[in-house]
Design a protein around this ligand. Structure first.
Ligand code: SF4
Length: 520
């Protein structure tokens, strides 16, 4: 194991480690544009130059291997001066449009320039003009003048998406990034080039000019688009959380590094598929009066559904109640469904979903065909009664009260069902057949865990408050448990997780733990 010294600190690294990686191990950040840990080394931007003892010239830290006895200085005057020259060079043809650039606030050209800047320009404004604000595909806009030719985007389309849409054309200061003839940047992972572009050359069509980044706050979460469970950051508007004033609270999703699940990437389907968090939401509990659902308060809604459930249990026994839980629910919610309906009330008709439900596009990279974020959790908790058979019993009148969580069932599946209670976050076709609708929340408005397709339990955290009167399933299930005389001595999702896994959510490994390792 080579041992080297960086800025006076010693570090041991694996053979094959580069200087930039060794420095990261010590917490020393070396500025970079073209280097990205998920891509091949280009060594073109020269921003990561460092001073290596006994080397006559500065070396690029992204490509220089860490070797035994090496002594590296990352921040002396020689290095700083070289970085200043590089920044001045990169800005030769870069437009000075920071005030109107959507990357402002998260642009590395801005950031590093402020750190190393030579504030008095030696240039006349005689810059080469290139294409501005050009859509490359459904999600990405290119501003060629802002590009610093780091080649991260072209390497992404060559090495990761393997879709080869982008290239660098021409020579010298006429060089530019563009689409290959006849191509559109519409691969299923196109949004990642926005994340890795260090400047404002590639921006997101959906997010452009919606919100300045310094108004955003973020919370770690898990994408619910499919059963892979890519780790994401939810970026939400921190200054105005009010849904009514703002229309869209969640501004964007960004991939969050997890070496076991998604590395640095996520698919476009998950990245752009979060409108349901703020659209078509059930904001209040409702009860059917005649042919219409009318909003009511929680007390009235819960009293009514408890009365219906208690009456069916007393008259016809536990076989008269059915529960269709959902692989969209968190582990904690599913655990409580089992505790309340199964262990508490003796109900055996508890299923979670049809295997064919919510199936869709898949590939051999990240996207899974199963669009449920928590099927593995539902299966581990053994909520596996056949949903078809539960629906058949309901339509034949054997099940008197049917609880449906977060599912969109076609109306014909519920024809003949006597009393349907729906709990979920969005209006859908199941609510058309329900006698009672309980207003639930989305994953962005609650804490919990999902188990992805490999059985990896991953923690997601609340980003924004519940809309209006909506409540999370955990709170509602605990309330129901008290009213149905099977109280559970638990307060929130953290308590439920502790009872389920024997540890707190904080003790869960940052990159998640396999169901078996968590001793479930
Ligand atoms: Fe790099 Fe962005 Fe230019 Fe692509 S568009 S080469 S990621 S600066």
């Amino acid at each position: 194991m080579p041992r080297l010294t960086i800025d006076g600190q010693e570090v041991n690294v694996e053979p094959g480690t580069t200087v930039i990686q060794a420095a990261e191990k010590l917490g020393v950040y070396i500025p970079r544009y073209c280097y990205h840990p998920g891509l091949s080394i280009a060594g073109s931007c020269r921003m990561c130059l460092v001073d290596a003892e006994n080397s006559p010239k500065l070396q690029i830290a992204c490509y220089t291997p860490a070797v035994e006895g090496m002594k590296i200085i990352t921040n002396n005057e020689k290095v700083k001066q070289a970085r200043r020259h590089m920044l001045e060079f990169l800005l030769t043809n870069h437009p000075l449009d920071c005030p109107v650039c959507d990357q402002s606030g998260e642009c590395d050209l801005q950031n590093f320039y402020m750190e190393y800047g030579r504030y008095e320009s030696r240039f006349l404004e005689d810059k080469i003009k290139k294409k501005k604000a050009t859509p490359l595909g459904p999600h990405v806009v290119l501003d060629q003048e802002r590009c610093i030719l780091c080649s991260r985007c072209t390497r992404f389309t060559e090495e990761i998406s393997r879709s080869h849409e982008l290239g660098i054309f021409n020579r010298g200061n006429r060089s530019l990034v563009d689409l290959h003839p006849g191509k559109t940047l519409d691969n299923p992972y196109s949004g990642n080039v926005i994340d890795i572009c260090p400047v404002g050359a590639l921006t997101e069509r959906e997010f452009r000019f919606k919100c300045r980044v310094w108004y955003l706050a973020s919370q770690p979460s898990v994408c619910t688009g499919c059963s892979r469970g890519c780790n994401v950051w939810i970026h939400f508007n921190a200054s105005q959380r009010s849904y009514k004033n703002q229309g869209r609270r969640i501004q964007r999703l960004k991939p969050r590094f997890n070496p076991h699940v998604n590395q640095w990437w996520m698919c476009d389907e998950g990245r752009f598929g979060f409108e349901f968090i703020d659209q078509n939401r059930i904001e209040f509990p409702h009860l059917r009066q005649g042919s219409r659902l009318q909003p009511v308060d929680w007390e009235e809604a819960l009293q009514t559904v408890v009365r219906a459930t208690r009456s069916a249990l007393d008259k016809f026994g536990p076989e008269s109640v059915g529960v269709i839980a959902s692989a969209m629910q968190s582990n904690e919610e599913l655990y409580l469904v089992k505790k309340l309906f199964g262990d508490g009330l003796g109900v055996s008709n508890i299923g979670h979903s049809n295997p064919a439900e919510r199936e869709g596009f898949s590939d051999d990279f990240l996207v899974r065909g199963d669009k449920n974020p928590n099927r593995a959790g539902a299966e581990a908790l053994d909520l596996t009664a056949s949903v078809d058979s539960i629906l058949e019993k309901a339509t034949h009148g054997d099940i008197k009260v049917l609880w449906v969580f977060h599912h969109e069932l076609p109306p014909q599946a519920l024809e003949g069902a006597q009393y349907v209670v729906f709990m979920g976050s969005n209006w859908n076709r199941t609510t058309e057949s329900a006698q009672a609708v309980l207003a639930g929340v989305t994953h962005a408005e609650k804490d919990g865990t999902f188990s992805n397709f490999e059985g990896r339990i991953q923690h997601f955290q609340q980003a924004v408050p519940p809309l209006e009167e909506s409540r999370n399933d955990v709170g509602v299930l605990l309330d129901l448990a008290r009213r149905l005389d099977c109280p559970l001595d638990l307060q929130d999702a953290g308590d439920v997780f502790r009872q389920w896994c024997g540890k707190s959510l904080r003790e869960l490994e940052p990159f998640g733990e396999l169901l078996t390792a968590a001793a479930v």
